[in-house]
Design a protein around this ligand. Structure first.
Ligand code: COA
Length: 334
């Protein structure tokens, strides 16, 4: 993709926050007909975190954000913009403004982006545009989801997959560095029905001439697992290899595959199709399951904290999920 930019995009810091309660596969076997062996073999997930009464999407997001802000040696009032990627906002009108208030980022505009498991990637690319044009200097991006509130805990096909969490990143406009080499985002709305949280119309019983007044609520997550699986293992290798090729990069030059943490078999198949060694695939889904928009920033935060990622490394970040949406960002670490 050719894009003109005034500034480069520099990733300054990350942070993450996970609920304190762990739910193991064995725990799940007490509530649905499943087993540790089935879940581990099919998904690689061993446990996930689930929010308790005293935690929320907002509390996890604020905690992750404050860690990232502190590590960036900034104060909240330095932020120009906050973008929250989530599909499970505490408020249907958005939760980004509540983060802004809670952390006292009084100079920041704030809004939500809903793009399911591609949400963080899309928020990162969106935020980068504001930096490249010179509109803003400091941006906080948060990827957070609490899908535990939206899964049907009696549906063994979905409840085993998801977990809650939040990850944050501070990016800055720079005239010295540019971490974002290139990106691409795609959508296939014709396959939207493969992964949904559908709305439900509930009659209020109030009518006005021919109109029946309804109140909206939402159903549980519904998913066609096999179709989502096929989508991920076909589209992700393709978008990554095309993006690398158009930047005259080869898969041999990739240091890290930072993929949405959906399923270990999906990650393995994608890396095999790209001919990228398993040792270059960043993975923590065994501990947290699929945390949707939070999975990429949590994984990145852990990889940075454990000093896996080094200066000069080429990172391929790729998100995919409901929409269906998917995308890639090529990052040179500095
Ligand atoms: N425990 C035990 N058995 C289970 C089970 C569970 N948790 N979930 C499903 N099964 C059973 C099914 O009932 C079925 O039994 P049957 O043959 O007697 O009908 C059998 O296992 C196979 O089910 P199927 O749905 O075909 O399994 P699968 O091999 O496709 O694996 C997923 C299911 C969900 C693990 C897999 O489809 C997947 O990972 N898809 C991608 C999902 C994803 O990542 N979504 C998020 C993307 S962002």
């Amino acid at each position: 993709m050719n894009f003109i930019h005034k500034n480069g995009v520099q990733i300054i810091s990350t942070g993450s926050c996970l609920p304190k309660v762990k739910v193991s596969n064995k725990d799940l076997s007490y509530i649905v007909g499943t087993s540790d062996d089935w879940i581990t073999t099919r998904t690689g997930i061993q446990e996930r975190r689930v929010i308790s009464q005293d935690e929320s999407l907002l509390s996890l997001s604020c905690e992750a954000s404050l860690i990232a802000i502190k590590r960036a040696k900034l104060i909240p009032s330095d932020l120009d913009l906050i973008i929250l990627a989530t599909s499970t906002a505490d408020d249907l009108f958005g939760t980004a403004s509540k983060i802004q208030a809670e952390i006292e980022a009084n100079n920041a505009a704030a809004f939500d982006i809903t793009a399911a498991c591609s949400g963080f990637l899309i928020a990162f690319i969106t935020a980068s545009q504001f930096l490249m044009t010179g509109a803003y200097k400091n941006i906080l991006i948060v990827g957070a989801d609490t899908l535990s509130k939206w899964v049907d805990w009696s549906d063994r096909k979905t409840c085993i997959l998801f977990g809650d969490g939040a990850g944050a990143m501070i990016i800055q406009a720079s005239n010295q560095y540019n971490n974002l080499i290139d990106f691409d985002i795609k959508t296939n709305g014709k396959k939207n029905h493969f992964l949904n949280i559908n709305s439900l119309q509930n009659s209020t019983g109030i009518t006005l001439s021919d109109l029946s007044m309804n109140k909206m609520s939402y159903d549980y997550i519904s998913m066609n697992g096999q179709e989502v699986y096929k989508f991920a293992i076909s589209q992700i290798p393709e978008i990554i290899s095309n993006c690398l090729k158009s930047n005259k990069l080869t898969t041999d030059e990739v240091d890290w595959l930072l993929l949405h943490q959906a399923n270990e078999r999906i990650l393995k198949t994608i890396s095999e199709k790209l001919n990228i060694s398993q040792s270059k695939v960043l993975k923590n889904l065994n501990l947290y399951g699929n945390t949707s928009a939070a999975s990429i920033p949590i994984m990145l935060d852990e990889a940075i904290s454990s000093k896996l990622i080094k200066t000069g490394d080429l990172i391929v970040m790729s998100g995919f999920g409901a929409g269906l949406t998917w995308g890639v960002a090529l990052i040179r670490w500095q």
